[in-house]
Design a protein around this ligand. Sequence first.
Ligand code: HAM
Length: 421
Amino acid sequence: MITCVRGTRDILPDEIHLWHLVERESAAIFDRYGFEELRLPIFEVTELFARGIGDTTDIVEKEMYTFTDRNDQSLTLRPEGTASLVRAYIQHQLYKDGGTRKLYYAGPMFRYERPQKGRYRQFYQIGAEVLGPDSPGVEAEVIDMLMLLMDRLGIGDTRLWINSIGCPACRPAFLAVLQEREQAAAGRLCADCVRRIAANPLRVLDCKNPDCQDTINSLPSILDYLCAPCRSHHERLKKHLGLLGIAYHENPRMVRGLDYYVKTTFEITSGALGAQNSLLGGGRYDGLVEQLGGPPTHGFGFALGLDRFVLALPEAVRAGSRPVPDVHLAPLGETAQELAQVVAARLRRAGFAVSQDFQDRSLKSHLRHANRLGVPRVVIIGDAEAEAGQAALKSLITGDQILVPLTELEAVLRQQPAEKE
Ligand code: HAM
């Protein structure tokens, strides 16, 4: 048997309605905040990610699916969406009207990580980016949008973590101090950390190895090294969050795994997830557009993990979101089958979701089938009723049954909307 590749999975019909729910709610909420969708390619030239995400990040160093095509061009399955979106923003000069662009994208991303619950090699993100403004107000607006989305989806037990990782004016001084302190503590850090001290000292703060935690906790905090503009930006963000009544936790160790960030970074974690508890993450990336060849442009955004959102949906939402047909047609006999097909076509055109299967079932089997689907009403058509142009409409909720002329079926169904189970 050929199975899907490790770290990838099939999303089966049993679960897909939960994905549709998150996708639908996200699109509706993003729309309210003025975001427009963009569809981006799944692979890009490798250089885009090497330059955009950073050569010394885990993603670029060891997690990319890179291959050469028949033309010997190095291509990479996108590990994230921000670099692609910025590439498109520059390529199509989406900046030329001036002002702010609010854009979002959704789709599969690919990282060669060790698969476990909530962590896959093909996973799905929905991301949104605001290009143009520098204001912390924009950051609070985006975070507010995420709070509303999670609220609509019933996702609770979450925590918002914020940090500022400074800017090219203040970060180098911090990095120098940090590197020095890390070097002095190298004997108490893991091999990965030691390797990172020289290449990317900030990454050491991100290490998850339990043996490193005490040492990392004793390292200096970036918040003590911010320049005046970064400090003021950070304070204003906190003020805006306060105005919106959004609770947050500061985490000076949260540096995130991508090199393009400046100033604000943030993450939302969920207590409903296991070890992979990050529901979404994002931050500000003011230099990225320029670095990829565009005009100087501020940028801020996030990506949410769709796989993890689906995992975090509460039971009540899961149970209530499965689509159920409005009515099941139960024809008994061949003439009734033919008639039922015509009735089904008519009802579907009138907007009803109708289930009809073409197996020769007994009435009992039809009712069992309808109950399993959770359908509230069954239209029973026997050959005799078919001759008379009638059907029996049975409510599976109350058990009531009435005879209805087929010509009036649509109107009766509309008049007596049945509560679905
Ligand atoms: P990221 O933190 O790498 O950020 O990913 C964002 C979210 O994608 C994570 O919080 C998680 O929910 C989900 N995710 C990441 N890796 C996996 C995986 N292997 N399996 C399942 N879910 C995963 C970014 O990708 C940035 N582009 C976010 C951003 C947008 N920053 C600014 N704009």
